[in-house]
Design a protein around this ligand. Structure first.
Ligand SMILES: [Zn+2]
Ligand SMILES: [Zn+2]
Length: 161
């Protein structure tokens, strides 16, 4: 996923629109995302003081696993972000560009990783699995006595002190 850096650097202040789709890859800091379709990045970019500013809207879909029932699910989301590319690697807070192309992959992956839920759930009220027999409680109940598993194991210890 890349943009032409030269044109914007040659035209400071002028805004260029873009729409690119693809699967972002970066070996700089590999994220283990399983994309279910191409990521879409749409927005504007421009240059100012030899730096390139990218304002974009990112749409992505990932294959994840429900934290409670362990079923696979698709997580789709959108995020808005503004990132800056510099031609000097002394500017550590910015992404690096060689002045010819803007490689968006790393920035897109970083934005996606910032836009993750605390945990993935197939549905908000997923009942999860029975801790004893593994029955998917969304699909039916089992005869296990789960009251035992709800007792906090430290509760008993408290009596000792
Ligand atoms: Zn679930
Ligand atoms: Zn059970």
């Amino acid at each position: 996923m890349q943009l032409d850096a030269k044109t914007v650097l040659d035209n400071p202040g002028k805004r260029f629109g873009f729409l690119i789709t693809g699967i972002p890859v970066s070996d700089e800091f590999p994220y283990e995302f399983r994309f279910t379709k191409d990521v879409k990045a749409e927005g504007e970019y421009w240059s100012e003081d030899e730096k390139i500013f990218v304002s974009m809207h990112i749409e992505f879909s990932l294959e994840e696993t429900c934290a409670k029932c362990l079923k696979p699910l698709e997580y789709s989301s959108v995020t808005e972000s503004e990132v800056v590319f510099s031609q000097s690697d002394e500017d550590e807070e910015y992404y690096l560009t060689d002045g010819m192309t803007v490689m968006l992959d790393k920035a897109v992956l970083d934005e996606i990783s910032l836009n993750q839920p605390m945990q993935y759930l197939c549905k908000e009220d997923c009942k999860g699995l029975c801790p004893i027999c593994g029955q998917d409680l969304n699909e039916g109940t089992c005869d296990c006595d789960t009251s035992l598993s709800r007792i906090n194991p430290f509760e008993k210890l408290k009596d000792l002190f």
